[in-house]
Ligand binder design. Structure first.
Ligand code: DGL
Length: 257
C-alpha cells in the first residue's frame, strides 16, 4: 500500500498523477488539515507531524510513503529518512525544466515561504541562477482557497493575481508550481498568465520517480488490483474538503494535461 501525506488537500494533486500510472495500487491519503497550513510552521513542528503521520501510515501497512508536500519535503524528509527504514518519495521544485525551456530567461516560482527558505530549493536554484533569472513569490492565500474548495471565480482570481502578477511583470515565461495545493488553481493561474506562459507542475515527474522506485523495490502489484482507484482518506481535521476533491479526481472531473 502506498501512503501519501500533505498538510491538507494539496497532495491530492500528486495522488491524481500517481493514480494515472499506478491505477491498481491501494492508497492511504493522510490530510493533516488540523495543522494546515504548514507554510509558516517551524521545521521542528513539521518534523514532529511527519513522525506522527509516518507512524500512523506504517501501522496501517504502508510499504512506501510519498511526502506530497513541498514544505514538508523541505523541512522533514531528510530527518524522516534518517529515522525510518521505509522509503520516502519527496517533491522536487521543477526549476530545471523551467530553466531549460525558458525563452525570456526569467522563470517564476510560486511556493510557500518554508519551501523557498529550504536548502533543497536553494541548492536547486543555485544550479540554474547563472543561466536564468529566478523570481519567487509566496502564493499568498492559495492554500486557504483550495482548502475551502474555491478553485475558480472572482475571489480565486484576485488572490492568485496578487502573487502571480509580480512574476509576470518581471518577464517570467515559466511558472513553477512549488506547492502541491497550487495545481488546483491551475486554470486561474494559466488564464491570468496567458497562453505564452507555461505553468509547470512537478507532480507527473514525482509520480514517474515513485514508479521507478517501486519497481526497484519490487513493490508494484503483480495481481489485477481493484478496478477503481482504491484510496482510503484519513484527515486529522474535517475530512470534507479533501473528500470533495478526491471524489472529483476519482470521477476524472479535475483533469490537467
Ligand atoms: N501543499 C503544501 C506544499 O506543497 C503545503 C502548503 C501549506 O500547508 O502551507 O508546500
Amino acid at each position: 500500500m502506498i501512503g501519501i501525506f500533505d498538510s491538507g488537500s494539496g497532495g491530492l494533486s500528486v495522488l491524481r498523477e500517481i493514480i494515472r500510472i499506478l491505477p491498481k495500487e491501494r492508497y492511504i491519503y493522510y490530510a493533516d488539515n488540523a495543522f494546515c497550513p504548514y507554510g509558516e510552521k517551524t521545521p521542528g513542528f513539521i518534523q514532529d507531524r511527519g513522525r506522527a503521520i509516518t507512524d500512523f501510515l506504517l501501522g496501517e501497512g504502508t510499504d512506501i510513503i510519498v511526502v506530497a508536500c513541498n514544505t514538508a519535503t523541505a523541512a522533514a524528509i531528510s530527518t524522516l529518512r534518517a529515522e525510518y527504514q521505509v522509503k520516502f518519495i519527496g517533491m522536487e521544485p521543477a526549476v530545471k525544466p523551467a530553466a531549460l525551456s525558458s525563452e525570456s530567461g526569467v522563470i517564476g516560482v510560486l511556493a510557500t515561504s518554508g519551501t523557498l527558505k529550504g536548502s533543497k530549493y536553494l541548492n536547486t536554484k543555485g544550479l540554474y541562477e547563472d543561466d536564468v533569472i529566478i523570481e519567487e513569490h509566496v502564493g499568498k492565500g492559495f492554500v486557504e482557497l483550495v482548502e475551502s474548495g474555491v478553485l475558480d471565480g472572482p475571489i480565486a482570481e484576485a488572490t492568485v493575481r496578487e502573487s502571480l502578477q509580480p512574476l509576470l511583470d518581471k518577464g517570467a515565461d515559466r511558472i513553477v508550481l512549488g506547492c502541491t495545493h497550487y495545481p488546483f488553481l491551475r486554470d486561474v493561474i494559466q488564464r491570468i498568465a496567458g497562453p505564452d506562459v507555461q505553468v509547470i507542475d512537478p507532480a507527473p515527474a514525482v509520480a514517474r520517480h515513485l514508479l521507478d522506485v517501486m519497481r526497484t523495490e519490487g513493490l508494484v502489484r503483480e495481481d489485477g488490483g481493484p478496478s477503481l482507484p482504491d484510496v482510503r482518506l484519513v484527515a486529522s481535521g474535517d475530512p470534507t474538503p479533501s473528500r470533495m476533491l478526491l471524489d472529483k479526481i476519482i470521477k476524472n472531473e479535475i483533469i490537467h494535461a
